[in-house]
Design a protein. Sequence first.
Length: 82
Amino acid sequence: ESSSKEFSDWYCKHVKRVRNLVAQNPSHTLVEVDIEDPELGQRMEDIFGIDQSCWGSKKVNIMIHPELNQSGVKLLNSLPRK
């Protein structure tokens, strides 16, 4: 549990550092999105003008998200060993 709290603390400090960096540099633009948002593709298209079909899930852990299991995705344990 301590490592979970340590990571949480590190992550929050990291977000604050990035936000401060952007605030101090007006030429920078920070875009924050909820990567779990099912409408994220459309939101990214709205923000950047790039078709929503270009935004998707890559390197998804299908053991955590089996609903995203695509035909081309294989479990690590099912890959041939060298």
